[in-house]
Design a protein around this ligand. Structure first.
Ligand code: SF4
Length: 211
């Protein structure tokens, strides 16, 4: 059962997203599971603009796992190099492609792949298939830990349980909007005066008391 602030946050976030959600080529609705996976695999440690500069060429050269399996690792490294961590990323992609014709469609199975954690697994399945999964990266964690500061804990299992119940049926739209809200409004230096949640955000209420 969601609390009133939780229900309001979910509704108002989706409304905010109608005007503010960002567009990236990997967010196009007809992207395959593999294409979304590649984007999320790169986005974990790299800004979106950098990924955008490499993503089209990568997919042109390696449109499926088959082409990665056939490629020389140096070819992968050369394409990925502008993103950084190119050796680690190329090795992981080669290992995945050499053992899989297709990517798994369960989060737990995706998380068994090299260098794939909960974020990449859930984001891939949610953004490619609409699976109703929480997508929790550092930015999203910052948002939740502020708005719901009084009930937020540092335990990963508790965080997942809390965020799971907030994800609505429109999981894809909700999670994409949440990522953008964390990047554009609830930044490290939050823009609280512009924020729809400032009537019930625990962080804002507590910081306003101190001023
Ligand atoms: S009021 Fe401030 S701290 Fe709270 S969610 Fe909005 S931007 Fe973040």
């Amino acid at each position: 059962m969601s609390s009133e602030p939780e229900r309001r946050f979910r509704t108002e976030l989706l409304e905010w997203g109608e005007e503010n959600r960002r567009e990236y080529s990997w967010r196009e609705p007809d992207r395959t599971l593999y294409e979304v996976f590649v984007a999320e695999f790169f986005l974990t440690q790299t800004p979106a603009d950098n990924v955008g500069a490499v993503y089209p060429r990568f997919l042109e050269l390696f449109p499926t796992l088959d082409e990665i399996a056939d490629a020389n690792e140096d070819e992968l490294v050369e394409v990925i190099e502008p993103l950084g961590f190119q050796n680690m990323r190329a090795q992981a992609l080669k290992r995945i492609a050499s053992t899989h014709d297709h990517l798994p469609t369960r989060a737990e199975s995706l998380m068994e792949l090299p260098r794939v954690g909960r974020y990449v697994a859930n984001a891939t399945l949610c953004f490619a298939r609409g699976d109703r999964l929480p997508v929790l990266d550092r930015n999203v964690e910052r948002v939740y830990s502020r708005v719901f500061r009084d009930v937020w804990t540092e335990t990963e299992a508790d965080q997942l349980a809390f965020t799971e119940k907030l994800v609505p049926d429109e999981a894809r739209t909700y999670n994409l909007t949440l990522l953008d809200f964390g990047a554009l409004i609830c930044q490290t230096e939050p823009l609280c005066e512009q924020c729809f949640a400032n009537e019930y955000c625990d962080y804002f209420r507590e910081s306003s008391r101190g001023t």
